[in-house]
Design a protein around this ligand. Structure first.
Ligand SMILES: [Mn+2]
Length: 436
């Protein structure tokens, strides 16, 4: 029987925004959290003297991590190498270069010839000799269209047709590996994939068009004694026969993982049998505080009360609150900061409630035909909040109507607004990419 430790989705180096600089070490505290989680995994592997460690992919947030982050990961995996424990490092979507250059961030281990370390950056079978006998590992890294198909093959095909074609290719390639397996030796499939029966977080929507979903039945083959998965951050058992499990990520990558337990798996595998134990890791708590202040008499007290009720000590906290425009002045930012001081880090995210259900002005009804300036006048007469600029707006509108070209637009503000939009869009894109 072989004992192995299966972990996945380390994402070392992500979520720095949720941490701060530790003045004693010079490191971001979230990097320290991720290092601590990985250290616990490796400590356990050494304490249990496991025969093998399987990593399911996504070592870093991208294929080009900074040296400091690379080193943090390498120094942990090197402990396994030094102890003579064989390790398979699978390549996930985050580890790949966008332009199909292979698993750059992990290939360095093969290049350096780190003893006992196998890099799984292609569909391939590996036979490893462990302290408790030989084991076969089939590595299935994250596959993209370009790995399996050429451009002319996909031309003119719909997304669904391309997916079908991809799955056909994968089926054939996997079959080839399966036929090469020695039926007398335990066999494990190590795959970084979106399996169709999994419960996803943001991964499902955000991966559209980038990778493809693999049917569970294609991987749950009886020739495998254990199917070790990576990619989905939420721990889950997908199949009992053969046992097929996502261990999930080892630390919370973002707020979508707020309520998920994090950990790794200790698995015992023999021919035709596997038993797994999920081992939770004591990771950094994330806490969302939500408050609707729009009906509150005293919005500040209401918000402080919501904060006081939440368990925020040492947690990464986000405080989402909704308020009316006229309540903004009643919020005391520094008092909120004091209330949140026990948190590891926090963000305050106010949202202004839009004026709801404005009734249609009778003056602007469909049966009256007002000229645009009169309509503007009627509109402004009903908007007390625009009183200060009403006169200017009417003058500007009149100038526009008269087709004067020298109407002065507040250009600074226009530019600012456009910049804001751009940075918002960029941030959103960056967040999507990070979640993939
Ligand atoms: Mn992934």
């Amino acid at each position: 029987m072989i004992t192995l430790l299966h972990l996945s989705d380390i994402h070392m180096g992500s979520g720095f925004a949720h941490g701060h600089l530790n003045p004693e070490t010079g490191l971001n505290t979230r990097l320290e959290d991720f290092i601590a989680a990985l250290t616990r995994c490796i400590d356990r592997a050494l304490a249990e003297s496991v025969d093998l460690v399987l990593f399911g992919g996504d070592a870093f947030p991208d294929a080009t991590p900074p040296p400091l982050v690379q080193q943090a990961l390498a120094s942990q995996f090197c402990r396994l190498s030094a102890a003579g424990i064989p390790t398979v490092l699978l390549v996930g979507n985050h580890d790949q270069h966008a332009q199909g250059m292979g698993g750059a961030s992990l290939s360095i281990y093969r290049t350096l010839g780190v003893p006992g370390v196998v890099v799984g950056d292609r569909l391939e079978s590996h036979r490893l000799d462990t302290a408790n006998g030989p084991v076969q590992i089939v590595t299935l890294p994250w596959l993209t269209k370009s790995t399996l198909l050429t451009r002319p093959e996909t031309e003119g095909l719909s997304m669904a047709q391309v997916n079908e074609l991809l799955l056909d290719r994968l089926r054939v390639a996997l079959e080839g590996e399966i036929r090469r397996l020695d039926p007398k030796i335990p066999a494990i499939l190590l795959a970084h994939a979106m399996v169709d029966t999994a419960t996803y977080g943001a991964e499902r929507f955000l991966s559209a068009g980038r990778g493809f979903t693999v049917p569970m039945a294609m991987l749950a083959r009886p020739c495998f004694d254990y199917v070790a998965l990576g990619h989905v951050h939420r721990h889950q058992v997908l199949c009992e026969q053969p046992l097929m499990i996502y261990p999930g990520s080892i630390e919370r990558v973002d707020f979508s993982e707020e309520s998920e337990e994090k950990g790794y798996l200790l698995v015992q595998v023999s021919k035709d049998n596997a038993q797994a134990e999920f081992c939770p890791l004591p990771v950094r708590p994330f806490k969302t505080i939500q408050a609707d202040l729009t009906q509150a008499e005293n919005p500040q007290a209401c918000l402080e009360n919501a904060i006081a009720k939440a368990e925020i000590t040492d947690a990464v906290v986000r405080c989402l609150y909704t308020l009316r425009a006229d309540q903004v002045d009643q919020i005391d930012q520094s008092a909120l900061e004091t209330a949140l001081a026990a948190a590891h880090s926090y963000t305050l995210q106010p949202e202004l409630k839009a004026q709801t259900s404005r009734s249609r002005l009778p003056e602007l009804g469909t049966d009256s035909a007002l000229d645009p300036l009169a309509a503007l006048g009627a509109y402004l007469a009903n908007r007390n909040d625009l009183e200060d600029i009403a006169e200017g707006m009417v003058a500007a509108a009149a100038a526009l109507m008269a087709d004067e070209t020298d109407v002065e637009l507040p250009l600074d503000e226009t530019d600012l607004a456009l910049d804001d939009l751009d940075s918002l869009a960029l941030e959103e894109t960056a967040q999507q990419l990070r979640l993939l």
